[in-house]
Design a protein around this ligand. Structure first.
Ligand code: SAM
Ligand code: SF4
Length: 467
């Protein structure tokens, strides 16, 4: 069942790719630039490239593919940590069970307070996060949290999509999550390399590699059609991990009929009780850029998610290389948004007991403003999920290019909504400029016309959005 991560095959592909000629690498880059994806063995050749000219070619092709498929759009979300109880002992994590600090789980009232803070910043989409503790943080508690979050209203805002990043679970529980109306179910394999996995996960249910690896099979069996995969970069060789991710993607495409909706690229960060010097596979910035670009070329239609683990300047560069979703204004602590507000701050991580430290401590408004100033289009759209454009249906529309004529207008309308309700004067100026530039780029003339009308309505404060 789990032979899709064939370690010998991966090592062989990487070994052969070491001797690939520049001519072959150039040919692969040319193919990748046509936005039709590349094979894992071809990705291996690009991952092994050290020649600056070849790397520049990979980055150029990734920029073209990003532009062709996503235009200038970047989707925003924030994590919401509801519990830091955990029975696992993951070596890299501040929440591991051997770390001694006062654990907590948010009450319903506290969840509402956290969500109101996120809504008043302008967020519409959250990633729900918690440690694994079936007794103290049960599936029923998670389901109630989801229900609570969807019901919160603050001003004109509500959370329109909850993605869920919780421990691997049973088909029955995945069905419950589906019924609760989640968007994407996200789970990182952390490392696909079995010996490293065993070392990093010495105790608790997460120590079972097979159980963790097959979580997406069960999620799909539980009728969840958008799943998100990822690797915690820094635990093992990044080239091995990228090829494993691609094998996982191909396996899901074949077995479930559709690949993952998203791939996350978290990179290991300092955390309470975690000494980065103990991790020999930390990924440099230049390798990180290369791996993001190679992923964009290998799976052009899969969203790439980047978090506030990375610093602002690097985040900007990675957007152009293929990242399509960003978290912003994040706290990685339970109750972190409330703590931050009490401390009189609107940015930063919010509290001492965080899972790991973040590098981008800007507010959502600052990130949105900066993204606009670099010519990208922030989007708060959640329409696909709300209109049932998920799983295979989404992928079919994405691959035919049809999705562009929906995504760009929706991004423009939700950005206009954000500017009206939440943005600072500087961000309004930057956002309006992007909107003006982008309207003219909508391919379908009637959609362009309609978008213009809707933008005027939203400017006047009339909220009849498309989605
Ligand atoms: N507890 C569940 C689990 O581990 O699957 C849910 C996800 S956990 C809240 C979110 C993710 O944070 C983990 O999957 C891991 O990849 C990441 N993480 C943990 N420690 C980290 C660190 N020191 N630096 C960066 N990311 C880290
Ligand atoms: Fe627990 Fe997840 Fe942290 Fe592991 S990564 S210790 S499972 S919260």
């Amino acid at each position: 069942m789990t032979c899709f991560i064939n370690e010998d095959l991966i090592v062989k592909m990487l070994g052969e790719a070491r001797f690939a000629s520049r001519k072959l690498a150039a040919k692969i880059i040319e193919k990748a630039g046509r936005a039709g994806g590349i094979e894992s063995a071809e990705a291996a050749v690009l991952l092994q490239a050290e020649d600056p000219e070849i790397i520049a070619g990979i980055c150029r092709a990734a920029r073209m593919v990003k532009e062709e498929i996503y235009g200038r759009r970047v989707v925003f979300f924030a994590p919401l940590y509801i519990s830091n109880y955990c029975v696992n002992n993951c070596r890299y994590c501040g929440y591991r069970r051997d770390n001694k600090f006062e654990r907590r789980l948010l009450s319903k009232k506290e969840i509402i307070e956290e969500v109101k803070i996120l809504l008043s910043a302008g967020h519409k989409r959250v990633a729900l996060e918690c440690g694994e503790d079936p007794a103290r943080c049960s599936i029923d508690y998670v389901l109630e949290a989801i229900e609570t979050i969807y019901l919160v209203r603050e001003g004109n805002g509500s959370i329109r999509r909850i993605n869920v990043n919780i421990a691997a679970t049973t088909v029955e529980n995945y069905k419950k999550l589906k019924d609760a109306g989640i968007g994407t179910y996200v789970l990182f394999q952390e490392t696909y390399h079995r010996p490293t996995y065993a070392r990093m996960h010495p105790a608790g249910p997460k120590s079972d590699y097979e159980w963790h690896l097959t979580a997406m099979n069960r999620a799909v069996a539980g009728c969840i059609d958008d799943v998100g995969v990822g690797v915690l970069f820094g635990l093992h060789d990044f080239k091995f991990e990228v090829l494993s991710l691609l094998l996982h993607v191909r396996y899901l495409e074949e077995s479930a009929g559709v690949g993952p909706h998203t791939i996350s690229v978290p990179r290991l960060r300092p955390a309470p009780g975690v000494d980065l010097l103990q991790f020999p596979y930390l990924v440099s910035d230049s390798d990180f850029k290369k791996l993001v670009a190679v992923l964009r070329l290998a799976v052009p239609y899969t969203g790439l998610i980047l978090s506030t683990r990375e610093r602002p300047s690097l985040r900007s560069e990675l957007i152009s290389l293929g990242v399509s979703q960003l978290s912003a204004g994040s706290s990685t602590g339970v109750g972190g948004y409330g703590n931050r507000a009490k401390a009189g701050s609107s940015a930063g991580n919010g509290e001492a007991d965080t899972q790991f430290s973040v590098e981008d401590r800007r507010t959502l408004d600052e990130v949105v403003g900066d993204v606009c100033r670099t010519g990208y289009l922030p989007s708060f759209c959640t329409a696909c999920y709300r209109q049932g454009r998920t799983g295979e249906r989404f992928m079919a529309m994405a691959k035919s290019g049809l999705i562009q004529d929906l995504c760009t207008p929706n991004a423009l309308l939700t950005l206009q909504e954000y500017l009206l309700d939440y943005a600072s004067p500087e961000t309004i100026v930057a956002g309006e400029r992007v909107i003006k530039d982008q309207v003219s780029l909508i391919g379908c003339p009637s959609m362009r016309f309609l978008t213009g009308i809707k933008l005027q309505e939203i400017k006047r404060g009339e909220r009849d959005l498309f989605f």
